[in-house]
Write a protein that binds this ligand. Structure first.
Ligand code: AMP
Ligand code: MN
Ligand code: MN
Ligand code: MN
Length: 281
C-alpha cells in the first residue's frame, strides 16, 4: 500500500563533512523523527554513505545516496545537490577528489589569513575538528567560537568567514555544468540547493535557473531548512516557471541548531515532488 503522506528529508549532513553526528546517528535520528525517505548529502563527499546504508537497513528507512556539490557560476557560489547517485561512478569520484583537494588547500590559505589577523593554528584546529571528513568553513567557525573569538555562528561568519573578511579565501569550485554532468552521468538528479540563500535578484535567479535547466538540472529545493512560509511560496513560483521538480530538505547539521531532521512544511500545492517515484520501505 502506498502511504498517503510520505515524510522526505533530502538534505542532511554528517561527520563526513560539517555535520556533528555520525552517518549512523543521522539515520537513527531521522527514523526517530518519522522520516520515510532520507538523503545524506555531505559537502563534496559520499564517504558517509556506506555507514548510513547499514543503519538505514536496521531502521527501516529509505536512504537515497546523495551529495552537495560546491559549484561556481559566473563567480557566484552555488550548491548543487545530487540525489540517487551512483557514488562509484568514475567521473563523479574524480570530481569529488578534486573538490576535496580544493577544500584542503583553501583551508590552509584560510589558516594563513587568520594568522595574519592574529588567530594562529586555526587550520590545524579546524582540521582536528573535521576528523576524517571534508574540511569546511563550519569547522573554522566552531574553533573560532570555541576560543571565544566570536559568540555564535552568525557572528563568526559575518566577522571572519565571508568575502572581504580575514578568514575568507575565494576559490572557484567546479563549474555548474561539470557538477550537473557528474551527477546526471552517475544516474542522479541534480537539484539546486536553497535558491533563496544566495541573495540574488529575481533576474539573476531566473538566469541561473535557466542555465541550470539547460545543462540538465531537474530540481530545485522549494521547502528548505531556514525558509519562511513566504519563501516556500516564492520558491514554488520559480520552480513552476522553470519546470523544475520540487525537493525539500532540512539541511540538518547538528541537534539544536537551525532545523531538525524531517521537520519541514508541506510542499505548496501543484508541485511535482522530486521523490515522486521513490517508495518508502
Ligand atoms: P564551505 O562549503 O566550506 O564554504 O562552508 C559552507 C557551510 O558553512 C554551509 O554549508 C553552512 O553549513 C555553513 N554556513 C555558511 N554561512 C553560514 C552562516 N551565516 N551561519 C551558519 N553557518 C553558515
Ligand atoms: Mn554545511
Ligand atoms: Mn548548502
Ligand atoms: Mn547543506
Amino acid at each position: 500500500m502506498i502511504p498517503t503522506h510520505i515524510v522526505a528529508d533530502l538534505h542532511s549532513h554528517s561527520t563526513a563533512s560539517d555535520g556533528t553526528l555520525l552517518p549512523t546517528e543521522v539515520v537513527t535520528r531521522a527514523a526517530g523523527n518519522d522520516v520515510d525517505i532520507l538523503a545524506l548529502t555531505d559537502h563534496d563527499t559520499t564517504a558517509g554513505l556506506d555507514e548510513a546504508y547499514c543503519s538505514a537497513n536496521d531502521n527501516r528507512i529509505r536512504l537515497i545516496p546523495g551529495i552537495e556539490l560546491s559549484a561556481t557560476w559566473q563567480g557566484r557560489l552555488l550548491h548543487i545537490i545530487g540525489l540517487d547517485i551512483d557514488p562509484e561512478h568514475p567521473p563523479l569520484k574524480e570530481g569529488i577528489r578534486m573538490l576535496t583537494m580544493m577544500r584542503e588547500s583553501r583551508a590552509v590559505e584560510m589558516g594563513k589569513r587568520l594568522a595574519r589577523a592574529g588567530y594562529t593554528n586555526t587550520y590545524e584546529n579546524a582540521r582536528r575538528l573535521a576528523g576524517d571528513g571534508n574540511i569546511t568553513r563550519t569547522h573554522f567557525a566552531r574553533y573560532l567560537i570555541e576560543i571565544g573569538a566570536a559568540k555564535d555562528f552568525t557572528d563568526v561568519f559575518k566577522r571572519f568567514l565571508v568575502r572581504g573578511k580575514p578568514g575568507y579565501y575565494h576559490v572557484n569550485w567546479s563549474s555548474m555544468e561539470d557538477a550537473v554532468a557528474w551527477i546526471t552521468s552517475a544516474g542522479g538528479i541534480a537539484v539546486i540547493a536553497h535558491p533563496l540563500r544566495y541573495k540574488l535578484t529575481a533576474n539573476w535567479l531566473n538566469r541561473i535557473l535557466t542555465a541550470f535547466r539547460e545543462t540538465g538540472g531537474e530540481g530545485m529545493e522549494v521547502v528548505c531548512g531556514r525558509n519562511t512560509p513566504d519563501d516556500n511560496v516564492r520558491s514554488a513560483l520559480f520552480a513552476r516557471k522553470h519546470g523544475l521538480l520540487a525537493s525539500q530538505g532540512s539541511d540538518f547539521h547538528e541537534p539544536g541548531k537551525w532545523v531538525e531532521l524531517g521537520k519541514l512544511a508541506q510542499l505548496p500545492d501543484g508541485m511535482i515532488p522530486v521523490w515522486q517515484h521513490w517508495m518508502p520501505r
